[in-house]
Design a protein around this ligand. Sequence first.
Ligand code: WT7
Length: 650
Amino acid sequence: MTVQIDHALEEIRRFRPSPEFAAQAVAGEELYESARADRLGFWAEQARELLTWQKPFTRTLDWSNPPFAKWFDDGELNVAENCLDRHVEAGLGDRVAIHFEGEPGDSRDITYAELTDEVKRAANMLEGLGIGEGDRVAIYLPMIPEAIVSMLAVARIGAIHSVVFGGFSSDSLASRIDDAEAKLVITADGGYRKGRVFPLKPTVDEAIAKSAGSIENVLVVRRTGNEVDVVDGRDHWWHDTVAEASGEHAAKPFNAEHPLFILYTSGTTGKPKGVVHSSGGYLTQAAFTHKNVFDLHPETDVYWCTADVGWITGHSYVVYGPLANGATQVVYEGTPDTPHPGRWWEIVEKYQVSILYTAPTAIRSFMKLGRQIPHQFNLRSLRLLGSVGEPINPEAWIWYRHVIGGGSIPVVDTWWQTETGAIMISALPGVTDLKPGSAQVAVPGVSIDILTDDGTPVEGEEGGLLVVTEPWPSMLRGIWGDPERFKETYWEKFGDRYFAGDGARRDEDGDIWLLGRVDDVMNVSGHRLSTAEIESSLVAHPWTAEAAVVGASDETTGQAVVAFVILKASQAAHGDDVAAASEELRKHVATQIGAIARPRQVFIVNELPKTRSGKIMRRLLRDLAEGRQIGDTTTLADTSIMQIISEQVK
Ligand code: WT7
């Protein structure tokens, strides 16, 4: 069947689940019914059914002190045991947990029994280094099995992990180490990316030198074999330490509300926020959504989520959800186009992947390359596709379903955030008629609404602000060390309703369409970046007097970072070679924050558009960056400014 992709933007068709799919689907309409009848009872039942509790809970939700929620808070469990030991005890020890595929082509299969054994050793090793309950451990690793082992080992002993994406700079790592006062960093000599070794250990050494001094030890995984400096007494090789560690380790129970991890994400200010997640509630919703949204049949499915564990998607849908559910999954270390542009599809064929979860930006890059690349591989094993990170445009949705999925399998678009911990809005395959471009409906047990700015629910199909009206099990429990910021950012606006920071509207069928961020947060390739953070990085450069950053729409990455910079008068000579100056500033941001934050363009200008009170009007700069007619300039202090800037950026 061929589709008219040209008309996809007008796509209003619905795709009914095929009867065959619906007949075998894990989730049915009754999930909505039971959640509607008794929301808390529904979550309690899921928590009991999906997880093993060392001490059963009797209380489901304590919301007596909003916005600080407690779920299942008189219960105790061990998250790692839930992801490992109990599967082995149930006789599933020989099931493959991870099909690991390294970028250079090395691969290994790790069963649940082997993964459990490795995590036990790692847990002993961590305890040997003096890590205990509540201590923070930074993890700065490539996408290799040891990243997953590290997270689970930290969880097993009741410590708290803070995974820092391997693409972040030493400054970013140092500020995260300091904010959480981490005692240990787990890293590697390097990883493979785009066919080359990228060293990680030197970045860790730099970060520790810059940090306030909380780090006592560094554990180093040998992945690439490149030379690294070893600091005596502080640095330890993973393989040496594991060899010494015992394979016996009892999983102690921890309270359901015990913090499981901190994950930093960009906000509207320059300083990233340490989002804190709990144990019992988080694992319940991660497991519930992983099972029902992805229609997981753990005995037969091969699941692959392409996210890195450095992001929340990797936490919930590579580590905790799939492993709690006993899934078999693919973990791939490298980039999609190494050593050839069909690498992902080769992996799907090799492991017979049946469920694929990825981001619209990746799908759009593949669209650009053309269907002949995926068509060189047999993708018939796929039976469900998922999307996350930003709105998926109907054209990409249709392409994904047809070219990758063969035309008739479900595509689920999942809306959620680092803060929500797990999927909040998505179709349930087998139940929901699918609508390309819309994330559709709240998952069972989650309550979503769209409000006007003054907090009244939007009537009809107008756009408004997305809120979650009731607490949910995997909600963030706070911002590390900053309860005020937690209240201010998410709860001040609408009382005890959670303000997500996204615009949204409901269509005539009640389906939800996400309209993008309503704050100064950009979404580049499904990753969240703060305009303020990049602006403060730019003004930290000795040449810069002032900077303004906007997210401009981009065909592949969704949004791209575009910066406008005024040079200091004393540095004005650098403006003579605009290309060189702009390149210098782009590089500076990449070194300070990480390559993902590198601006697509830096324009050197003499002025920025400001209101009479001195506020930069980013909206006008966005018009310019997107090549649109400049909008209303009447509130500018000097209305001719945009004219001048437009001339300069030409
Ligand atoms: C922001 C959260 C959740 C994991 C990846 C990103 C945007 C995410 C969708 C979607 C429309 C989406 C939102 C949200 N977003 N998924 N399916 N449709 N927008 O996590 O870095 O915490 O970013 O990503 O704007 O607020 P994150």
